[in-house]
Every structure is written in structure tokens, then in C-alpha cells.
Design a binder for this molecule. Structure first.
Ligand code: SAM
Length: 291
């Protein structure tokens, strides 16, 4: 089936296309195709692309979004793990010189890319969305603008504030590095096969005065350590993180210094990470650099 015969709005057409190409949908890889044309257009609009711009698409599937991006004449690099999809994508878009595809797990292929993008987009697989976003936020140079669709609950976790059940290390990392905004919800009927959950489109725009790549990576480790045990106080979780970084530091000295930093910042020593705002956690992280 050629590109003009494959109708991305029709489950029957997609199913026939997959069968003709000896392919099947994998639940494990989060393969739900976006069959609602108006939602696809809304996402492309939200991405604000311009002709010639370097754009990455994570998980193109069989190309429902890819074709729209290529029509915008961007230089598109797509990352797809499913080798069967890679094969059909190459066939479908062979005439586009502005298209290149990187096959394999994006969590492994992302770091070896040279042409860094101005935009990143992805209808992300539900089970690895967080890992993919974390890796992107640790990239050497961040794109100016990103749009992802993911499970609605996951989107809410990205923007959650301190003291709420959804607040996590990812909320801190995302909101410290970027201005994060939930753009709109996408009902399950917009996808085929139909998932059991609602999705949301989320926009991430790196803050103007953002951290360096090294600092982002290190802060991300720090935040993960701070949230590693919800039952433990921040002092306890951080003691372990400091010990790992500076194995020769005396435990008693670590404790005194940590206590001093919290006191200086006016933070109770019995506090847990989830009660602190992202900028308070960042202030502690900054102070700890001197230990
Ligand atoms: N973009 C298509 C669409 O909107 O119709 C498909 C989106 S589907 C939700 C997610 C896609 O991500 C699938 O094509 C799946 O094979 C791919 N995928 C899943 N895990 C991946 C990974 N670790 N690296 C790259 N692609 C992945």
C-alpha cells in the first residue's frame, strides 16, 4: 500500500497496511496511532516549526505525524525502535531528502546525535515517556521548544507542586529546567488501538537562564536521590548521595555540614523532599557544591 492509499484516520486502513507489511501492533512498545486528523494538526501548530528547522520526532510509528512535519519542510530526524516500522517509513517517505531515521531505542541512540534540534516532538509510548523526557532534559543543548503527548496523569505529574501526591523528582526537574504547560487533553478515541487512558499534549520551553548541561545532569541525580524514599527525611536521603560523591568524607562531618546548610536556608532539618519547592531544592543543591 502506498502513502496516498494509507489513510491515517482509518483504523481499517492502518490495519490493512500493517497486515500487508507483515506487521502487528505491540502493546509493550506503546503503539497507539493518532487517528484524529484535527488533533494531529493542533500538535503540529503547537510545535511552531519553520522551514529548514531541525526537528526530532520520537516514535514516528507508521508516520501519521511524520508526513505533516515533512510537509512543513523541516529537516526531520525520527527515532523508532520497531524495525518493521523503520522499514515501512523508509518506503513511505523515500522521496523526502529532508527525512532521516535513526533505528533503535531512543534512550540509546539519542546521545550519539550530532545535529541538535530546534524542536522535539513525540507521541510518547506510555511506559517509557518519563525516561525519554529525563534523557532529553539532560541533553548537551536543549531545543527551544518541545511538545509531547503522554498519559494525562503523567502530564499532571510533570507540573505538580510540592505537598501534592503527584509531586516527584520529575516534576522538580521539568519545572526547574523548563516552563511546562499542559496544552490540551486528547480523548482515547483519538487513538487506535484505543488506550484505556486519556492523554494530554504538554509543551516544554527551556527557561532563559537555564542550568548548564553538566549542572542539569547533576541536579537530576540530586533530585532523584532526594526523592528516593518518601519515608525518609531529606537529611537522610542526601547523606547517602553526598557519601557516594565524596566517599572519603567523614559521616559526622557530612551531617554537620548538611544541618548547617539547611539552617542557613531556613529549612527544618526534619523536612522531606516532597515538601520543598523546586527552587528550595535547587538552593540546597547549590550550597552542597561547597562540601
Ligand atoms: N507517532 C505515531 C502516531 O502518533 O501515530 C506513533 C506513536 S506510538 C504512541 C509510540 C511510538 O514510539 C511507536 O511507534 C513505538 O514503536 C515507538 N517507541 C516505543 N518505545 C520507543 C523507544 N524506546 N525508542 C524509540 N521509539 C519507541
Amino acid at each position: 500500500m502506498s502513502q496516498d492509499k494509507l489513510n491515517y484516520d482509518s483504523p481499517a486502513s492502518i490495519q490493512a497496511f500493517l497486515e500487508q507489511n507483515g506487521l502487528a501492533v505491540s502493546k509493550r512498545l506503546g503503539q497507539n496511532f493518532l487517528i484524529d486528523r484535527s488533533v494531529r494538526s493542533r500538535i503540529v501548530k503547537a510545535l511552531e516549526v519553520e522551514e529548514g528547522m531541525q526537528v526530532w520526532e520520537i516514535g514516528p510509528g507508521i508516520g501519521a505525524m511524520t508526513i505533516l512535519l515533512l510537509e512543513e519542510k523541516v529537516r526531520l530526524t525520527a527515532f523508532e525502535i520497531d524495525y518493521g516500522f523503520v522499514r515501512v517509513l523508509k518506503g513511505l517517505f523515500s522521496e523526502y531528502e529532508n527525512f532521516c531515521i535513526v533505528k533503535g531505542d531512543v534512550l540509546k541512540t539519542l546521545c550519539s546525535q550530532k545535529d541538535l534540534p530546534a524542536r522535539i516532538f513525540g507521541n510518547l509510548p506510555y511506559n517509557s515517556a518519563f525516561a525519554i523526557i529525563s534523557d532529553i532534559l539532560e541533553m548537551e543543548i536543549l531545543p527551544q521548544h518541545m511538545v509531547f503527548t503522554l498519559q494525562k496523569e503523567a502530564a499532571h505529574r510533570m507540573v505538580a507542586g510540592p505537598g501534592t501526591k503527584d509531586y516527584s523528582s520529575l516534576s522538580v526537574l521539568c519545572t526547574s529546567v523548563c516552563d511546562v504547560r499542559i496544552l490540551f487533553d486528547i480523548g482515547s478515541s483519538a487513538f487506535w488501538p484505543r488506550p484505556r487512558v486519556t492523554s494530554s499534549a504538554v509543551q516544554l520551553i527551556p527557561k532563559k537562564k537555564s542550568m548548564s548541561a553538566l549542572e542539569r545532569k547533576d541536579f537530576s541525580d540530586f533530585v532523584r536521590a532526594a526523592f528516593s524514599s518518601r519515608r525518609k527525611t531529606l537529611r537522610n536521603t542526601l547523606r547517602f548521595w553526598i557519601k557516594q560523591r565524596s566517599p572519603f568524607l567523614d559521616e559526622a562531618k557530612i551531617d554537620t555540614q548538611l544541618q548547617g546548610i539547611l539552617e542557613e536556608l531556613g529549612i527544618e532539618s526534619s523536612i522531606r523532599a516532597e515538601a520543598l519547592a523546586p527552587d528550595e531544592l535547587f538552593a540546597i543543591y547549590r550550597q552542597l557544591q561547597s562540601i
